[in-house]
Design a binder for this molecule. Structure first.
Ligand SMILES: [Fe+2]
Ligand SMILES: [Fe+2]
Length: 253
């Protein structure tokens, strides 16, 4: 079974490019299922209902989130009845921390966790949270989107759960890492990278971010434009192989 897992989707401009190219991406990667991190779709922060429905219409069957899950308030009205998975170690937030999907006769449990190092999020322990989920939920496959900043925290989670889960994919930094490998029997990559404007600073307009760094004055930034990089990884759960995916598409403004 092949799953294409796309990293953080940034902005409506990227949704358009996905719309135009998803068929080609699906056939090129031979993906049976496509999952994505969707915490940055709405102007770089959050997800609206319309955007959620667009992602669904593209056949992206599970959407995991992160620190921007609740940045657009309208998500409170539809998250409970959706294929959105928010961090499981925020158990008192609306929505769910994992989702079980079926493909042919197999069940796949997708779990979202958020890191506690450099993320400024008051979340429960991701390790203990996942231990509990694995005890409670029986499934053929388990895939974790660990939305975290620190490489060490992501590697630590993979080592702690190696052989017990099928894949740990990192998200949040928006930059794809070249360290895809097996840790025990667990497929691993520190970060999938983003789906978003290539000529940008992690998806945002370069000038506005530069101004923030040079002057120290905070100004809200906006999503950049131009060509779009689509990044992720193909998880071959049957053959225990992980392969990076990265392609740049022309994006119209
Ligand atoms: Fe992100
Ligand atoms: Fe994030």
């Amino acid at each position: 079974m092949r799953i294409l897992y796309l990293g953080d989707v940034v902005g409506d401009i990227t949704l358009k490019v996905l719309k135009q190219n998803i068929k080609e991406i699906r056939s090129k990667t031979k993906a049976n299922l496509i999952f994505a991190n969707a915490e940055n779709v709405s102007l770089g922060k959050g997800l609206t209902k319309e955007e959620y429905l667009t992602l669904q219409s593209l056949g992206i069957s599970v959407l995991t989130m992160g620190n921007h899950t609740f940045s657009k308030k309208e998500i409170f009205s539809f998250i409970n009845d959706s294929n959105i998975v928010r961090p499981a170690n925020m158990p008192d937030a609306p929505g769910k921390g994992y989702l079980v999907v079926k493909y042919n006769d197999k069940t796949i449990t997708i779990i979202n966790l958020i890191g506690r190092v450099y993320t400024n999020i008051l979340a429960d322990c991701p390790f203990k949270t996942l231990d509990k989920i694995l005890k409670d939920v029986k499934s053929d496959y388990y895939i974790v989107d660990f939305h975290a900043e620190a490489t060490s925290e992501k590697q630590a989670l993979a080592y702690y759960f190696k052989d017990r889960i099928d894949a740990v994919v990192g998200t949040h930094t928006h930059v794809q890492t070249a360290d895809e490998r097996l840790i025990g029997k667990t497929l691993y990559i520190t970060d999938l990278g983003m789906c978003g404007p290539y000529d940008s600073i992690i998806g945002d307009d370069v000038d506005s971010i530069l101004e923030r760094f040079i002057t120290g004055i905070y100004k809200p930034s906006k999503v950049a434009s131009g060509n779009i990089i689509i990044s992720g990884a193909i998880l071959d759960l049957t053959n225990k192989k992980i392969e990076r995916f990265k392609e740049i598409f022309y994006g119209k403004n």
